[in-house]
Design a protein around this ligand. Structure first.
Ligand SMILES: Cc1cc2nc3c(=O)[nH]c(=O)nc-3n(C[C@H](O)[C@H](O)[C@H](O)COP(=O)(O)OP(=O)(O)OC[C@H]3O[C@@H](n4cnc5c(N)ncnc54)[C@H](O)[C@@H]3O)c2cc1C
Length: 294
């Protein structure tokens, strides 16, 4: 069976999506019935010309004809084989090791999930509060209450985007992005986020997804510790062997994954003081070519 993906199929705003299957069959000069498991995997709206708003689709389907691509070409580069997504797994010998993940934003959450699914013992540290308490702290602040340093719009379960409207923006075009979205769907996000060019969850649903995320981590045996700030790295011969909390508690770890987000200045100061090498992200800037002309 040959799994194929076809990009840039255009429908006018008046065409019905159900016509896609026949449209693709006609494009490929095949009977519709030969396109198995036909599904839309991406949908975008092209509104650059107001008089001609169009929808642009990517679809996937299977053919029993394994040789189809070689014999019929790739439709100007728009037709390609769908390859299975392979995510690297830790070596078997490392599976019984302990990994400490610092930070419960998206980066830390997904790292903890993947490592736990691979069989590592995972400890997940978050300086802030669990979602339920964090929401109360933020609402209290917005209503004139005190700003808590450890529990606010930036810090706590879910990380910095928890009080956003849940736009799932990533400028990374990587096959694993789909696995991230699929995981969110598994935890209750709408199936549409797998398809829409600008996926969006919404604040309320995002919080429910986060709670299911936590339940799954706990089911996998991840030890989640809130109000647990990593305040110091434990070093032995310049190797990290664990972390220290403000009350002096030491947590040894075979691996440490630090996912503090971009606002935890105290954490960056601590890393710098521990001698961790850091560098700024590269900076990209757009500019009109006419400005560059002499
Ligand atoms: C108001 C707002 C709205 C946003 N809206 C959107 C949006 O709609 N769509 C979008 O794609 N992006 C949005 N973003 C950006 C998005 O939130 C970030 O890109 C994303 O959260 C980064 O994830 P992260 O896991 O790297 O870090 P973070 O989400 O910042 O998570 C880091 C976590 O680590 C914890 N931490 C830090 N240091 C320590 C330590 N020493 N010990 C223990 N815990 C520690 C912090 O408390 C925090 O919870 C928004 C950001 C903000 C602030």
């Amino acid at each position: 069976m040959l799994n194929l993906r076809l990009r840039d199929i255009i429908l006018s705003i008046d065409d019905v999506e159900a016509s896609l299957h026949s449209r693709v069959a006609t494009l490929l000069r095949l009977e519709k019935e030969r396109l198995h498991d036909f599904k839309v995997v991406r949908r975008a709206v092209d509104a650059r010309r107001k008089s001609q708003i169009r929808r642009v689709y990517t679809v996937e389907f299977s053919l029993t004809d394994d040789d189809f691509l070689r014999r019929h070409g790739n439709c100007k580069g728009k037709l390609e084989e769908v390859k299975p997504i392979v995510v690297p797994q830790p070596l078997t010998a490392r599976r019984s090791k302990t990994a400490t993940v610092v930070g419960m934003g998206p980066a830390g959450l997904f790292a903890a999930l993947h490592l736990a699914r691979c069989g590592l013992h995972v400890i997940l540290l978050e300086q802030g509060e669990p979602l339920e308490k964090r929401v109360k702290d933020v609402l209290s602040f917005w209503n004139g209450g005190t700003l808590l340093g450890h529990s606010n719009v930036q810090f706590g379960e879910g990380g910095a985007g928890t009080f956003s409207d849940g736009k799932l923006t990533t400028r990374v075009n990587h096959p694993w992005s789909r696995l991230i979205l699929q995981t969110l769907v598994d935890f209750g996000a709408p199936h549409e986020i797998l398809i829409e060019a600008r996926p969006h969850i919404g604040t309320d649903l995002l919080r429910q997804v986060l709670l299911r995320f936590r339940q799954e981590l706990e089911r996998l045996g991840v030890v989640i510790r809130f109000r647990s700030r990593c305040s110091e790295l434990m070093l032995r011969q310049k190797r990290v062997v664990g972390v220290r909390l403000p009350n002096g508690e030491e947590l040894c770890a075979d691996y440490l994954l630090f996912a503090p987000g971009h606002s935890a200045r105290a954490s960056y100061a601590m890393l710098a003081a521990s001698g961790v090498a850091m560098e700024r992200k590269p900076f990209a800037m757009g500019c009109e070519s006419s400005i560059l002309r002499p």
